[in-house]
Design a protein around this ligand. Structure first.
Ligand SMILES: Cc1ncc(COP(=O)(O)O)c(C=O)c1O
Length: 359
């Protein structure tokens, strides 16, 4: 199976270690192991047997995951190593060569290049910056002239922060219903104020993880929530790839899921603070602009300069230790991906150095 390299991941791999001011991270300031252990009031870890654990995912974890949705039971959930693998499991299970799918651009490369590697035809619909990075319903109707097996979106979207409008989601579901199309929504940046596709549509499949808003990317714990027949089909394939996520990860994840409200609150406080910092900075630096995301942890900063995004990102890192993923990783020049996740003082300093560089 041929697949191109994943541009964002390669960039992070090559440069992130040199960051002094990480201005592009999508994960809210990570929790330490010690902080997570403080949730282990019954000392479950010390008596835990390191066998395979529950094969299709720990039931208590799934019960806690259910609380993040309006509908569904543990039968509608299977676990994975991160949202990345959750997405992969859905696509590998449901997509076949010559299927036609819809994805959006700019977005996460997995949604276009993984289906292509399976042999699917991918129709990429643009998100329009001058319309708050929203897609157009006319483009969607046009694309549905083809027989569409699946629509894949990221809500909120990386890198633009787009939360798809209720009008668009309604139109999408209506077209999908008429055509028996699956809608796979990567909801790794969703907070419970945004409806999940799996609660809105009977062929809606939601994926997520503890990596972003729960600040625990290192656990590599994610899940799929969807129709039971899809979950059953995924579980058949899952036996050939992971067997289980294992009791250590399941138990640590359970602690976090049992404290979901506290962890989401912690993220919300930090993200709101950093949004305020960005607003003030944009007022003082009109050569930059961005669409302030309604939710999620990322935004797409536009700068006024003829410099390529890659040159700007490399020079900012070399000269000041300020780290961004360039727009080129998303086929979108004159932009840098701005994560809203770092400690406010660091974040403020990183923005000041960014303005100085472009001055
Ligand atoms: C849209 C999207 N999906 C999935 C992932 C990977 O998430 P996880 O760490 O849960 O595998 C990322 C990471 O940046 C992402 O932006």
């Amino acid at each position: 199976m041929k697949i191109p390299s994943f541009k964002t991941e390669q960039w992070m791999n090559q440069y992130e270690g040199r960051a002094v001011y990480n201005m592009t991270d999508t994960c809210v300031s990570p929790l330490t192991y010690q902080e997570l252990l403080s949730f282990d009031s019954s000392h479950l870890l010390s008596s835990m047997k390191l066998d395979y654990g529950s094969i299709t995912g720990d039931v208590q974890c799934k019960q806690e995951i259910c609380k993040l949705y309006q509908t569904g039971t543990v039968e509608n959930i299977t676990t994975a190593h991160g949202c990345l693998q959750a997405n992969e499991m859905v696509m590998e299970t449901l997509l076949e060569p010559d299927d036609c799918i819809i994805a959006y651009t700019p977005s996460y490369q997995q949604f276009t290049d993984l289906p292509r590697s399976i042999g699917c035809r991918v129709i990429e619909l643009p998100l329009y910056e001058d319309d708050q990075w929203q897609p157009k319903i006319e483009d969607l109707k046009q694309a549905f002239q083809h027989r569409i097996k699946m629509v894949i979106l990221n809500n909120p979207n990386n890198p633009t922060g787009t939360v798809f409008s209720p009008e668009y989601v309604t139109a999408l579901i209506s077209l999908a219903k008429q055509n028996s199309t699956y809608i796979l929504t990567d909801e790794v940046y969703r907070d419970p104020s945004i409806p999940s596709i799996s609660d809105l549509y009977d062929r809606g499949i939601s994926t997520s993880s503890l990596s972003k808003l729960f600040s625990l990317a290192g656990l590599r714990f994610g899940w799929v929530k969807g129709p039971q027949e899809v979950i059953d089909a995924i579980n058949v394939r899952r036996d050939y790839s992971i067997i289980s996520t294992g009791p250590l990860i399941d138990t640590l994840s359970l602690f976090a899921l049992q404290h979901q409200e506290d962890l989401l609150k912690r993220s919300d406080i930090l993200l709101s603070r950093n949004k305020e910092v960005v607003r003030r900075w944009l007022n003082q630096n009109p050569q930059f602009s961005l669409v302030m995301p309604q939710a999620g942890t990322v935004s797409f900063l536009k700068y006024e300069s003829s410099l390529s995004s890659e040159t700007a990102a490399i020079e900012l890192l070399q000269q000041n230790g300020v780290f961004y993923v360039p727009g080129s990783c998303f086929q979108c020049e004159s932009h840098l991906r701005l994560g809203l996740t770092s400690a406010p003082e660091q974040f403020q300093k990183g923005l000041a150095l960014t303005a100085e560089y472009f001055h």
